[in-house]
Design a protein around this ligand. Structure first.
Ligand SMILES: Cc1cc2nc3c(=O)[nH]c(=O)nc-3n(C[C@H](O)[C@H](O)[C@H](O)COP(=O)(O)OP(=O)(O)OC[C@H]3O[C@@H](n4cnc5c(N)ncnc54)[C@H](O)[C@@H]3O)c2cc1C
Length: 332
């Protein structure tokens, strides 16, 4: 059952009982990660007077990490929060109106797009840029949270470099897990691939790359139940063949623990109008940020199942602002 139905914002109970403020603008940006702020920089400089709503996580995913070493322009690296503060300041410098608030419902049925926010505001915008990101899935262990940034990561491309010559584990059996394990095998001494089943879901080509890597050891039918270590991850406790007569507790020594069990794109509220793939990534016309709705554009991780990097998110934020500017000038 589709629980996210199209909403008539005027008739929604919230709007009838509260004093809802409606505001008409040219360009609305939803999300304050690299994609949203970059879109805001370009849209401001193109005189679109953008309003950007930050969402709960002001600055996006990078505010949860320490060192960012692969973003061009920072030769000595920079912390995620400091980098996102720079993005925000740069957007503000050109006049972007940055507000705290969460988009709760949308109505994209008309030429003017309407987005409801949790502060009783409905924004009516000619162009909307969706830059709401994606959230990595975790196993739900308490120790994952305890060691966040101290050995636990959901991004091998981002953090693999910190584990050069060390032993790490990757959790998952799909394409992403196979890809992350292969990538880490080129950097690390040993990579354990922790797989719940006795087969990989990854495509044959990816499986072959895993099987060919001499320093990847697949732990079939294993599940992680805990992580341990004094000042960071030093090992993981696994359960082998859970619920069978051969059930066994196994401990492995590792320095890094990489989750590769998927991401959830933050696209739920848009789904009644915007086409997504089966995981929920917003579909855009290749080479553009255009969605199936005219005047609604998507940028960053919410539309990117493949790369999910700050620099690619920023690049697509730029594309979205340029697409929005061209769309608006065609309307005139
Ligand atoms: C721990 C960690 C470390 C990383 N390290 C690196 C690295 O070193 N280098 C690198 O290139 N990449 C790194 N990444 C990946 C990088 O953070 C992402 O690719 C990038 O942040 C994606 O940018 P984005 O703008 O698409 O979305 P996000 O950064 O995810 O931002 C999404 C924004 O949307 C907002 N939002 C969501 N829903 C709503 C809503 N309903 N209403 C309003 N706002 C909403 C959120 O509050 C947030 O501001 C890392 C990721 C993580 C988790």
């Amino acid at each position: 059952m589709d629980i996210f139905k199209r909403v008539d914002l005027d008739k929604s109970p919230a709007n009838q009982t509260n004093n809802v403020k409606t505001e008409r603008i040219k360009c609305l940006i939803i999300g304050s990660g690299p994609a949203g702020y970059t879109a805001a920089i370009y849209a401001s400089r193109a005189n679109l007077n953008p309003v950007l709503y930050t969402g709960l996580q002001m600055g996006g995913q990078l505010t949860t990490t320490t060192e960012v070493e692969n973003y061009p322009g920072y030769p000595n690296g920079i912390t995620g929060p400091a980098m996102m503060d720079d993005f925000k300041k740069q957007a503000e410098r050109f006049g972007a109106d940055i507000r705290f608030g969460i988009a709760t419902a949308v109505d994209f049925s008309d030429k003017i797009h309407r987005v409801s926010f949790d502060n009783n505001t409905v924004i009516e915008a000619e162009a909307v840029i969706i830059a709401t990101g994606a959230t990595a899935k975790y196993l739900g262990l308490e120790s994952e949270t305890r060691y966040a940034g101290m050995g636990v990561s959901a991004c091998a491309t981002c953090d693999g470099f910190f584990y050069r010559g060390k032993d790490v584990a990757v959790v998952g059996g799909g394409d992403t897990a196979a890809e992350e394990a292969t990538y880490l095998a080129g950097l690390c001494r040993k990579v354990y691939l922790i797989v719940r089943r006795d087969t990989l879901r990854a495509c044959k080509a990816m499986q072959n790359r895993v099987f060919k890597s001499e320093n990847i050891e697949i732990l079939w039918e294993h599940q992680t139940i805990d992580l341990f270590g004094e000042n960071g991850v030093e090992g993981a406790t696994l359960i082998k063949r859970k619920g069978t007569p051969e059930e066994e507790i196994v401990k492995i020594k590792i320095d890094g623990f990489f989750l590769a069990i998927g991401h959830t794109p933050n696209s739920e509220i848009f789904k009644p109008y915007i086409e997504t793939d089966k995981v929920g990534y917003i579909k855009t016309i290749p080479g553009t940020s255009k969605t199936n709705i005219r005047g609604v554009f998507a940028a960053g991780d919410v539309q990117d199942p493949h790369y999910r990097q700050a620099v690619t998110a920023a690049g697509s934020g730029c594309i979205a602002a340029i697409d929005a500017e061209r769309y608006l000038s065609e309307l005139k």
